[in-house]
Design a protein around this ligand. Structure first.
Ligand code: HEM
Length: 473
């Protein structure tokens, strides 16, 4: 049997090497499950239930957890005329969950940030204090079960209730909270987040098939498997891999953001309705078009046409002054596409992660249509989720060393206005008043603090082999 090389890029879904690991890794890591409705069940096992807890996990893994191989089968079925819909199940354990199950330290995932848990990183990440988090997250969390369907929330809820019943049976576990993620699409069928922008365009890709027909001249998103996979040291099976999983409930103050967006548009262009200001904040127009690629300030047709925009083959080589896309814009901060002055482009790419988030919260008026006074200030946001091989070098690095750092990409660049945390100083973030014109770049007052952490945890997505045989571990 050929052992897989995790440094391999662009593996084919039909390669024997992938088929060897496909039954041993959970789905959703290498490729998104792609379903528009999800529920996340956070739980803690009750004291003295170790064997019962292991039996539950073993049974759940053998019968329900979706491996990468099963996910692929589901995707094939979905291509057939009747499009049968299958439920996706993912199972994740926190460091405290491993401890509860008395997994010996030499079999526990070794990542230091995982072992400490997300609360330990609170100060370093300048996150909202744990005392302000939603109550389910303030306490010790042992695990999370992700359940997803593509058709209806109602059908998903039936599955969710069955799992909750099993967790509650015989007081096995306490349910700490259940989050519901339900995607919203624009009129072109693209997923948008609550500020109204198309999301999920730029991702690392692991499979050859995903990049067929796409150009990779200025940005190649094919990444090695070890960007997200690590050997599961609790398993003797050489094909058993796991992945570190970040979960953050990020609340969005949509009204505050949109009011500030209009003020910025007035300040820069004398027109509160200009789409360009928000695009400069995000780095992409609402339709996804990278702002660095928009032809001119006046000709925004390309940026407002929903059928174009989801371009990802670009970098910032033609915009080294930040006169089109500001250095502090969300997507330039979180993926500088080779312009980090501190690392070679190949090392810079090791910070990327596979984003798998979904939005939460009900919107009674579509985000792209609501008037300012109809916008929510709370109870809506993003359930940010991502897979990576190293929490410090990927999620934490992007949040702390790039997004929160006012001196990245250059000195006095300012924080990321979307996800940056901490104190936003005036005079740091800079925008060109005339699109593409370096001499028109102007410093503005601080734009930020519209996204707040309401809770989260670091988890590990163990291998199928570990989960299916946990009673013997
Ligand atoms: C409520 C919070 C957030 C919102 C509203 C948001 C919104 C967006 C949008 C609209 C895009 C552009 C679509 C795309 O390129 O895929 C994007 C891209 C991205 N975001 Fe976020 N995001 C949020 C949180 C985060 C967090 C917490 C991180 C990481 C710490 C992050 C990292 C990224 C990355 C890496 C990209 C792709 C950049 C690229 O490759 O060009 N985002 N986000």
């Amino acid at each position: 049997m050929t052992k897989i090389k995790l440094t391999k890029k662009g593996i084919k879904m039909t390669d024997p090497e992938f088929l060897n690991i496909a039954n041993e890794i959970q789905g959703n890591i290498l490729k998104s499950h792609g379903r528009g409705h999800t529920s996340q069940i956070f739980f803690r096992f009750n004291p003295n239930n170790i064997t019962k807890a292991k039996a539950f996990i073993q049974n759940f893994a053998r019968n329900q957890v979706t491996s990468a191989a099963i996910q692929k089968e589901h995707a094939e079925l979905f291509k057939t005329p009747k499009k049968p819909q299958k439920t996706f199940f993912g199972f994740y354990l926190s460091s405290l969950g491993y401890d509860y199950l008395q997994i010996s330290p030499d079999k526990k995932p070794q990542d230091n940030e995982f072992l400490q848990g997300m609360k330990a990183s609170n100060d370093a990440l300048e996150d909202a204090d744990v005392s302000t988090w939603d109550s389910g997250y303030k306490t010790d969390i042992h695990g999370m079960i992700l359940i997803a369907r593509g058709d209806t929330r109602k059908k998903l809820d039936v599955e969710v209730h069955k799992v909750i019943e099993k967790l509650r049976k015989g007081t096995l576990a306490t349910i700490l909270c259940v989050e519901e993620g339900d995607g919203i699409k624009n009129t072109n069928g693209d997923d948008i987040e609550h500020f109204g922008y198309v999301d999920g365009i730029s991702q690392p890709h692991f499979f050859h098939e995903e990049m067929e027909g796409k150009t990779t001249v200025d940005w190649n998103s094919i990444m090695p498997l070890d960007l997200v996979l690590v050997p599961d040291i609790a398993s003797k099976n050489e094909n058993a891999f796991g992945s570190y999983f970040v979960y953050r409930k990020l609340e969005q103050n949509v009204m505050g953001f949109k009011i500030r967006e209009r003020q910025l548009a007035e300040e820069l262009f004398g027109d509160p309705d200009s789409e360009l200001a928000g695009a400069m904040v995000m780095g992409r127009f609402e339709n996804g078009m990278p702002v660095t690629m928009s032809p001119t300030d006046e000709d925004l047709t390309i940026a407002t046409d929903l059928t174009v925009g989801k371009i990802n083959d670009f970098n910032y080589n033609m915009d080294t002054a930040g006169a089109k896309c500001p250095f502090h814009s969300h997507i330039r901060k979180t993926n500088p596409r080779g312009e980090s002055p501190f690392e070679e482009p190949v090392e810079e790419k090791h910070h990327m992660m596979a984003r798998r988030g979904i939005i939460y919260g009900k919107r009674f008026i579509h985000p792209n249509e609501a008037e300012i006074e109809e916008l929510p200030t709370k109870d809506v946001g993003l359930l940010f989720m991502s897979f990576q091989a190293n929490l410090a070098n990927q999620f934490e690095f992007i949040q702390q060393t790039w997004a929160n750092n006012e001196n990245f990409v250059k000195q006095k660049t300012g924080k990321d206005p979307v996800i940056g945390q901490g104190n936003f100083k005036n005079g740091m973030q800079k925008y060109a008043k005339e699109y593409g014109e370096k001499s028109s770049i102007t410093a503005t007052s601080g734009f930020g603090n519209f996204v707040t952490l309401k809770g989260g945890e670091y988890f590990y997505a163990p291998s199928m082999d570990f989960l299916k045989n946990i009673l013997a571990v």
